[in-house]
Design a protein around this ligand. Structure first.
Ligand SMILES: Cc1cc2nc3c(=O)[nH]c(=O)nc-3n(C[C@H](O)[C@H](O)[C@H](O)COP(=O)(O)OP(=O)(O)OC[C@H]3O[C@@H](n4cnc5c(N)ncnc54)[C@H](O)[C@@H]3O)c2cc1C
Length: 240
């Protein structure tokens, strides 16, 4: 595998998106472009030379120097608190990428797609949803987005705007559901996935992304519902 060199990027925007997360926009003049779903490595270097590298999915896609990330703060983490609390427009960051060839969707794919996101796991799926919309793809897309509560959702307004005959969106709330929501808050279950995701008979390509525990639970349920494991693609962000 060829690993690209580190490239310098400048933060051009750092917008609070949720109580625990920000959307960062970077200008990376040497960025070669990326497919929807890919990620990059980001490297921070402290004044004493200590370096830390973490992976971040890319919410944007295509060519051009603008690259969008969304970072959720992991309490006591080494890198994410800096990106969520401290980094400012004008700051420089080093990145390497794009990376990943498997967790990718491109408009050339015409089969049905089921996207399942937990928390900041929306990021690579957002790039796919944007590409699906922008390309005019008629592939049947469905998304299930599980968040702690409504304010914890990234891209809520943009997602609502994407809904049309080819893109269905379902929400799930793990801690607090909005007033009047039909179901109590709770972790995703087999009953929920059976009700709101594409059936195995439709043979969708399934993309699941989020914290490790969420991804493993969702993948297990989807396979239990009859989906071919070879058509269930996962990206784990770490954590319990
Ligand atoms: C391919 C890939 C793409 C990713 N994309 C994103 C993204 O788009 N947005 C995003 O916010 N994060 C993303 N992550 C997670 C990210 O790489 C870091 O792991 C995360 O930001 C925590 O780093 P940290 O240095 O702050 O915490 P660390 O110092 O690495 O960890 C501190 C503690 O938190 C635990 N921990 C680490 N990661 C998580 C987590 N995700 N959830 C809960 N606990 C955790 C660790 O086990 C440790 O106990 C991605 C990870 C991968 C592998």
């Amino acid at each position: 595998m060829i690993v690209a060199d580190w490239q310098a990027g400048t933060v051009t925007d750092a917008a609070r998106a949720t109580p625990s997360g920000r959307v960062l926009t970077l200008d990376i003049p040497s960025w070669p472009g990326n497919d929807p779903g890919q990620h990059l490595d980001l490297r921070l270097t402290a004044e004493d030379g200590y370096q830390a590298v973490r992976s971040y999915s890319i919410a944007s896609y295509g060519t051009g120097p603008r690259v969008e990330l969304a970072v959720d703060e992991v309490p006591d983490g080494e890198v994410s608190p800096y990106l969520v609390e401290d980094v400012r427009p004008g700051d420089e960051l080093e990145v390497r990428g794009p990376l990943g060839a498997f967790f990718v969707w491109t408009p050339a794919q015409s089969e049905p797609v089921q996207l399942i996101a937990g928390g900041s796991g929306i990021v690579p799926l957002m790039a796919m949803a944007r590409a699906h919309h922008d390309s005019g793809s008629t592939a049947a897309f469905r998304m299930l987005y599980s968040v702690r509560s409504a304010p914890d959702a990234y891209y809520a307004a943009e997602l609502a705007d994407l809904v049309d005959e080819h893109f269905a969106l379902h929400w799930a709330y793990t801690r607090q559901a909005p007033d009047g929501w039909a179901e109590p808050a709770g972790r995703i279950s087999r009953a929920l996935l059976e009700r709101v995701t594409a059936p195995a008979s439709a043979a969708p390509l399934v993309y699941i992304c989020g914290p490790t525990g969420f991804v493993e639970a969702a993948a297990r349920i989807m396979v239990g519902l009859g989906h071919d494991p070879a058509r269930v693609r996962t990206e784990r962000f770490g954590g319990a």
